[in-house]
Design a protein around this ligand. Structure first.
Ligand code: ME8
Length: 595
């Protein structure tokens, strides 16, 4: 069997070209900036992207953090598709290991039935929230067992796994080995002194076993080279630095099996039923299983984006690349790390009883509402706090009032009795100032023209909150434009006034078309409703179809004169909360240092 050469640097070739904005008129050149247009080299457009979430433990019900990772990955996947790439998007459940074995015992169920029940709850949550995964993997599937067995055999045949002895601390809750410097002292609920992991707070136990070891120590310098040569391999930057810092220390070999007498619920080591494969090795290989490993993974194992929480960084940025290097497989393109959600300022935990149920919240605020909130308020670099009040405030302000209000104004029969995309009049809104448009209007046009490249940059780097902040600012500008010119006050009997009124609405609908297109990865249902109302057909919703306000540039607009869609319903219904108006509005968080 042949394996491809390890490719450690595979940055996508993108041709950047500075271009004069068509919206720059000489009269206003001083206060407007040049826009940057990003042109893709067509030879790279055929690349296939593969996007993954962690596979989630089935020991407990899904919580808000799980949905957050899935929504982030879904946003990236939908964005790649809109850009014309092919994209595979995998999520699923991690079903082996001691922790699951114990949870099934406690529930009085056989492990597989227990896993199936909880895995179905994840599936239900994801379908309720429009998580458009293309593959759902369960580690108890046969295809996965075959992939893990093959992967193990490759490492074994290369002499990277050897029979040894492990003695040290182990956290079952984290399924992780810890060094003494990672431990702290604590007292359990019965008053006993215990050792806990400093990072997770979970209890650790002393473990002493004969088992198989992976030669992790042999990969330290290769890992350092990979990270130094690929400064964007782990994002955001603070997490990249953290991994480099970890690698300054010795990297001991890693125990990759447990005695079957202790752990039965897992995949047996090939040719040694006395040992069960370590759950993290088992779990990480899921990414390869979905890609078609061991025989058909090449198309997808080429541009891999892992989305993970900060709690599992060590497994993904040290163990996993070391396993892949050992097996002679390419390393991921990017590991996108995000921080955690807390609830009312506290870590979410079953014992505190403050776990936010994402399914119940998505029923309360709608799926798009929760998706918008998580991506608008979630800042990957630092922890974010969840409260229901923040959700009410944000969704009412930005989805119901600002975006919904704009659509409603521009499509209301009183202003648009013909229910069409009206005509643009170049004399009313000329490229040089001198018509009815004022300086702020040109400024808005520039902002909307530049918006796709701004949003593209932020979606690429998984800073959706910055993309949404930029869109929300443009929506406010367009509302300002309509308010400033008050088209409802223009004289209906005067044809020049009518042309100007139609132009105001045409420009506003063009802005809305851009917002609807760019918002598709975040709020697919709302975007669909908005674009359908504007009469934009499904094949006119891609990134390539954006072409904002062509009539201003002197070319034809395919929408001009077209009938609006018939669904004139409310875009997003205002949410009612008794406390919502008592508090000051919360501003979206800005990027902060990693915490
Ligand atoms: O670690 N805020 O599964 P897991 C944000 N099975 N995200 C959170 C979060 C929070 N408070 N809590 C959890 C496992 N997450 C392994 C993964 S992958 C090969 C194996 C999200 O059920 C976040 O993505 O404990 C975190 O990394 C993941 O859920 C952990 O899920």
């Amino acid at each position: 069997m042949r394996f491809p050469v390890v490719i450690v640097s595979r940055s996508c070739k993108v041709v950047h070209r500075l271009k004069q904005s068509p919206f720059l008129s000489p009269a206003s050149a001083l206060w407007r900036h040049e826009s940057v247009s990003v042109l893709r080299d067509v030879s790279t457009d055929v690349r296939s992207h593969y996007i993954t979430t962690p596979i989630f433990y089935v020991n407990a019900a899904p919580h808000l953090g799980h949905l957050y990772s899935a929504v982030m990955a879904d946003c990236l996947h939908r964005y790649k598709l809109l850009q014309g790439f092919s994209s595979k998007f995998a999520t699923g459940t991690d079903e082996h290991g001691l922790k699951i074995q114990q949870a099934a015992e406690a529930a009085g169920k056989d492990p597989l039935t227990f896993c199936t029940d909880v895995s179905e709850r994840f599936k239900h949550l994801f379908s309720s929230c429009n998580i458009s995964y293309t593959d759902y993997i369960r580690t108890t599937e046969r295809r996965h067992r075959q992939a893990v067995e093959h992967f193990w055999s490759v490492l074994w045949n290369k002499g990277l796994i050897y029979k040894g002895h492990y003695e040290g601390w182990y956290s079952t809750q984290d399924e992780s080995f810890l060094t003494p410097s990672q431990l702290g002292d604590a007292v359990d609920s019965s008053g006993n002194q215990i050792k806990v992991s400093l990072e997770s707070g979970h209890k650790v136990e002393w473990m002493k076993e004969d088992n198989y070891m992976f030669r992790l120590s042999a990969f330290r310098s290769q890992l350092l080279d990979w990270l130094r040569g690929n400064p964007r391999a782990v994002q955001p930057e603070c997490f990249h630095q953290l991994v480099l810092q970890w690698l300054q220390h010795d990297l001991p070999d890693l125990s990759v099996s447990r005695q079957s007498s202790r752990l039965q619920w897992g995949i047996p080591v090939p040719d040694d039923p006395e040992q069960t494969i370590y759950v993290w090795l088992d779990a990480l290989v899921n990414y390869l299983t979905v890609a078609g490993y061991p025989h058909k993974h090449h198309q997808w194992w080429n541009m891999v984006h892992h989305i993970i929480g900060k709690d599992i960084l060590k497994f993904h940025a040290i163990y996993w690349p070391a396993f892949l290097l050992g097996a002679g497989l390419p390393l991921p393109q990017t590991i996108h790390v995000h921080s955690h959600w807390t609830a009312e300022g506290k870590k979410m935990s079953k014992s505190l009883g403050n776990v936010v149920d994402p399914l119940q919240r998505s029923e309360m605020f709608t799926a798009d509402g929760m998706r918008y909130f998580l991506l608008r308020q979630g800042v990957p670099d630092s922890d974010c706090d969840y409260t229901d009040l923040k959700v009410f405030k944000l969704l009412n302000a930005e989805l119901a009032d600002s975006l919904g209000g704009l659509l409603n104004r521009c499509t209301a029969p009183v202003l648009n009795p013909a229910q069409v995309y009206p005509s643009f009049c170049p004399q009313s809104f000329p490229r040089e100032q001198g018509g009815r448009a004022v300086a702020e209007d040109y400024h808005m046009l520039d902002a909307v023209k530049n918006l796709p490249s701004v949003v593209e940059r932020h979606y690429e780097s998984m800073h959706a909150y910055k993309a949404l902040e930029a869109i929300a600012a443009c929506v406010r500008q367009t509302n300002g434009f309509v308010q400033r010119h008050a088209p409802w006050k223009l004289d209906k009997r005067d044809s020049a006034e009518q042309r100007w009124r139609d132009t105001i609405i045409h420009v506003s609908l063009e802005c809305l078309r851009v917002y609807g297109t760019l918002l598709q990865p975040v709020v697919p249902e709302i975007s669909n409703k908005l674009l359908s109302r504007l009469g934009v057909q499904p094949d006119e919703r891609s990134w390539a179809s954006l072409n904002f306000l062509p009539r201003y540039q002197g070319t034809d607009c395919p929408f001009e004169g077209r009938a609006l869609g018939s669904d004139s319903g409310v875009l997003f219904s205002r949410l009612e909360s008794p406390d919502a108006d008592k508090h000051e509005p919360n501003k979206a968080k800005k990027a902060a240092k990693c915490k």
